[in-house]
Design a binder for this molecule. Structure first.
Ligand code: SAM
Length: 160
């Protein structure tokens, strides 16, 4: 598959999963949304549309987002996520969305030494993690994907 096709499928999977989560899976869950990897801010923009009124805290090592999708300073955490997100452990987030895969297996392997613990540790019980990288952690139970998303393209978990 070309990288263009792969990119389109990743974005489609993100949109379908974010729609699926917001329609069915966060009912009654309090807590913030953590956007791990703000990037251009496209998924941040989608989250904001779907979760009006909920605090969304975005993380990145630098601001690269479109001006219309840049969080207010109090909701923007700049620096290496492995370090900056430690402050959010135990804060009872409702949703963690992590889009920090690179497509380079060696780099993603390093990310996976800390990302699962970080996602599990910042969620409240019953909270949801969605990720482009698989998050293997005893507290994160894999959830079915929407029918439009191929197995292994994106991942959904609920914290036990
Ligand atoms: N979902 C975003 C969107 O819709 O625009 C795109 C996210 S982009 C693929 C990933 C972002 O995560 C990049 O902006 C990169 O700088 C950031 N990132 C990746 N790993 C990081 C790390 N360890 N610490 C801080 N930022 C990181």
């Amino acid at each position: 598959m070309s990288r263009l096709d792969s990119f389109i499928r990743r974005l489609t999977a993100q949109r379908d999963i974010l729609n699926h989560i917001s329609a069915t899976m966060l009912d009654g869950q309090e807590g913030a949304v953590l956007e791990i990897g703000l990037g251009n801010g496209r998924t941040y923009s989608h989250l904001r549309e779907h979760f009006p009124g909920r605090r969304i805290i975005a993380f990145d090592r630098a601001i690269g987002s479109h001006a219309s999708s840049t969080p207010e300073p109090q909701d923007l955490v700049i620096g290496e996520i492995r370090e900056t997100a430690q402050a959010y452990l135990g804060t009872g987030a409702a949703l963690v969305h992590a889009d920090i895969g690179t497509g380079y297996p060696d780099k993603d392997a390093v990310t996976l030494t800390w990302l699962p613990q970080l996602a599990a540790g910042s969620l409240r019980p019953g909270g949801i993690a969605i990720s482009g990288l698989p998050l293997e952690h005893p507290d994160l139970e894999p959830q079915p994907l929407p029918a439009t998303v191929r197995e292994g393209r994106y991942f959904i978990y609920r914290k036990r």
